[in-house]
Write a protein that binds this ligand. Structure first.
Ligand SMILES: NC(=O)c1ccc[n+]([C@@H]2O[C@H](COP(=O)([O-])OP(=O)(O)OC[C@H]3O[C@@H](n4cnc5c(N)ncnc54)[C@H](OP(=O)(O)O)[C@@H]3O)[C@@H](O)[C@H]2O)c1
Length: 325
């Protein structure tokens, strides 16, 4: 058995939930995120079990899921794992996306739907209480104060420790902070990595000013920062670029490959994988409360170990900022 990682935890603004800086992303259990076209695909129940065992053994004690991941299969897999292993990681789950691929399937943040979806999430997970509950997307069809009111009621009833939002831009976050019922959202979860830096100008400073915990998803930009995609080469069979390439299609440029080659050179010099150095870059930013990793198999956990054990120097950090600017 490999020794456990010592993973720091950061409390949310009101001290309610200590968030470990690394969380296990369970978006690939029984699907590829919330996309209905892949429900029933992704990691099999046995592969998900093996990944949760390996993550827990490594010392990762916070798991990230959503009602719609795999159409409910991700929450079910976590629930089955917790029951069979007799352990309880702290949990983030989310709601917004439809649970089926049917045309016009119900989705969104209508207060009664949030309450119903939360009830169903608890059933699938087999828990009474969830530590962090997120609005998975901004819903233009529901006044934000109504939507957040539903989350606040769950918090007031002690069913969750804290609530937050996901995929909100700076304007939407400002609206959430202004609209919030008695307790404001405590966290935002957005995509951020060396290759996806959209939140740098406004969202990260806003979070730091407002005491909102900033949680990163897609820290390896869907696998691009692992080096598995090479200039002039085809995408490896079974990789995300062969399954769900749309979100990353714009990355396939000479500029990206040049930056990735520089990352590879630095990672080699530091004796880590490219992914280990890319995760270390995120952990070196004190404004980032948590990084949700998305391993596809137990071996993919190794970069998290490298990132914790081999922190970046200030010089390496600024070199990477320049290369990926
Ligand atoms: N709030 C949201 O809207 C939202 C959106 C996306 C994700 N998330 C959460 O964040 C988690 C992580 O996001 P993500 O899956 O996009 O993360 P990611 O780390 O950017 O990408 C994960 C993909 O990278 C590849 N990968 C990961 N580690 C690897 C390694 N060590 N070596 C080689 N390939 C590796 C795997 O791709 P292959 O499949 O090609 O092997 C894996 O499917 C999700 O599980 C989910 O919990 C949230």
């Amino acid at each position: 058995m490999s020794p456990q990682l010592r993973i720091d935890a950061r409390p949310l603004a009101d001290g309610a939930v200590p968030l470990p800086r690394i969380a296990l992303g369970c978006g690939n259990f029984g699907g590829v995120g919330s996309a209905p076209a892949f429900f029933g695909q992704g990691l099999s129940p046995a592969a998900a079990m093996a990944l949760m065992d390996a993550a827990w053994e490594l010392g990762i004690t916070h798991f990230d899921t959503a009602d719609a991941y795999g159409g409910g299969r991700s929450e079910l897999a976590i629930g089955e794992w917790m029951a069979s292993r007799g352990v309880r990681p702290t949990l983030t789950t989310k709601t917004f996306n439809p649970m089926t691929g049917a045309a016009g399937a119900e989705h969104g943040l209508a207060p009664e739907r949030v309450a119903r979806q939360f009830h169903d999430s608890r059933q699938r997970l087999g828990v009474d209480h969830v530590e962090l509950y997120l609005a998975h997307e901004y819903d233009p069809d529901v006044p934000l104060s109504d939507a957040l009111g539903a989350f606040e009621r769950l918090r007031a009833a002690n069913a969750i420790d804290a609530y937050g939002v996901s995929n909100f831009d700076a304007a939407e976050l400002r609206e959430a902070l202004d609209a919030a019922p008695p307790t404001p959202p405590r966290a935002v979860q957005n995509g951020y990595s060396l290759l996806e830096r959209g939140d740098e100008a406004e969202v990260l400073p806003l979070c730091a000013r407002s005491g909102l915990a900033y949680i990163v998803y897609s820290p390896l930009c869907g696998g691009w920062l692992t080096g598995k995609y090479r200039r002039g080469a085809g995408y490896p069979a079974g990789s995300r670029m062969t399954q769900r390439p749309e979100p990353y299609a714009a990355l396939a440029t000479d500029h990206t490959f040049t930056a990735l080659e520089a990352l590879e050179a630095m990672a080699t010099a530091r004796c880590t994988s490219m992914a280990g150095t890319a995760l270390a870059w995120l952990l070196s930013d004190e404004r980032i409360a948590q990084v949700v990793i998305g391993p596809g198999r137990p071996a993919h956990l190794e970069p998290a170990r490298e990132a914790i054990e081999r922190p970046l120097t200030a010089g390496e950090r600024s070199q990477l900022m320049e290369v990926f600017s």
